[in-house]
Design a protein around this ligand. Structure first.
Ligand SMILES: Nc1ncnc2c1ncn2[C@@H]1O[C@H](COP(=O)(O)OP(=O)(O)OP(=O)(O)O)[C@@H](O)[C@H]1O
Ligand SMILES: [Mg+2]
Ligand SMILES: [Mg+2]
Length: 295
């Protein structure tokens, strides 16, 4: 097969590993900077160009690695390839869906995927209302644009919750308010879903005195064995988002696994190193099966 990896940089760990896996499994592979793809969307036959090159009939399959800051353009490029009949490991729909965090959580909840009790509001008049909706303090407040744990705040008292929520509202920031899962103990689980199964998992543990387990906040990754329920929850969440490849973040709670979010371009470095599993190989094998089933 001819496979395109849509990525801004061929030197990134995940991009490198995916490229290696394609080659090792006997495929031709090219890394394409999706921000340099341009398209004629008006012609009857979709066209996609990359500098001087016409990519229109070049590839059988696509591995999108669209960065969070380029969702809009990146998904347009993926959509253009899809309209040319190219199989995408993650569809443009799936990527868009998971990137809109609020919408994603609403869909997951609707499909019965467990998650911390989550609420959002717009008006200052409803501050006490949303605090009550999630069961009162302690609670977690998250800015929707945040990443790597930045913009995630633990408010331990009602007063603290009120003032942080009012401050976010005053800045016109988009945020949600969430029940604090105390028993997670500063740890979360990343489950890497490929197709219908969890192929690798890791636990991330926050350092002493911190509740956020993000590796960028000093968290540490270790191997972990998931329960059947955790596996099923992760696979179900990826399915609801419509993603073939997904990093599903879970908390362990007294009422079972709770999903925090679903990532469409999960990083491979932390998880491959801590689990010692060749995740990239699983991704390419999944693409082979999907393309074969389509023919
Ligand atoms: N409701 C919660 N109860 C307990 N701990 C939580 C809760 N929500 C988040 N955490 C902890 O805080 C960390 C960061 O939260 P979250 O993953 O939601 O935001 P983020 O990492 O900034 O966003 P992104 O994953 O998109 O980069 C989680 O990994 C988890 O350890
Ligand atoms: Mg996170
Ligand atoms: Mg994330």
């Amino acid at each position: 097969m001819k496979i395109a990896i849509l990525s801004r940089k061929s030197t990134l760990y995940s991009t490198r590993r995916l490229r290696q896996a394609c080659t090792q499994r006997g495929h031709e592979v090219k890394v394409i900077d999706y921000l340099r793809c341009y398209m004629d969307i008006t012609s009857k036959k979709p066209v996609i160009r990359y500098g001087e090159r016409d990519l229109t009939n070049e590839f059988d399959a696509l591995i999108p690695r669209v960065g969070a800051s380029h969702t809009f353009y990146g998904t347009a490029v993926v959509r253009q390839f899809e309209m040319m009949g190219v199989f995408a490991a993650n569809s443009s729909e799936g990527i868009s869906c998971s990137r809109d965090k609020l919408r994603a959580l609403q869909l997951l909840a609707h499909e019965g995927v467990g998650m911390p009790v989550t609420a959002f509001a717009h008006s200052m008049k409803d501050v006490n209302g949303i605090i009550k909706a999630v069961g009162g303090a302690p609670l977690v407040i998250k800015m929707l644009e945040g990443t790597q744990g930045i913009g995630v705040v633990l408010a331990e008292t009602h007063k603290a919750a009120q003032s942080v929520i009012e401050a976010f509202m005053g800045m016109d920031a988009n945020f949600l308010v969430q029940e604090f899962i105390h028993e997670a103990g500063g740890a979360d689980i990343r489950a890497l879903v490929v197709g219908d199964e969890v192929v690798a998992a890791m636990q991330r543990q926050a350092p002493e005195g911190e509740f956020r387990s993000n590796l960028h906040r000093g968290g540490s990754a270790t191997e972990i064995e998931l329960t059947d329920e955790e596996r099923q929850t992760a696979v179900h969440a990826a399915k609801v988002m419509g993603l073939g490849v997904a990093g599903v973040d879970l908390l362990r709670s007294e009422r079972g696994p709770l999903v925090l979010e679903v990532n469409s371009s999960p990083g491979l470095e932390g998880i491959e190193k801590s689990s010692k599993i060749d995740v990239a190989d699983h991704v390419v094998a999944f693409i082979e099966r999907a393309v074969e089933a389509k023919q």
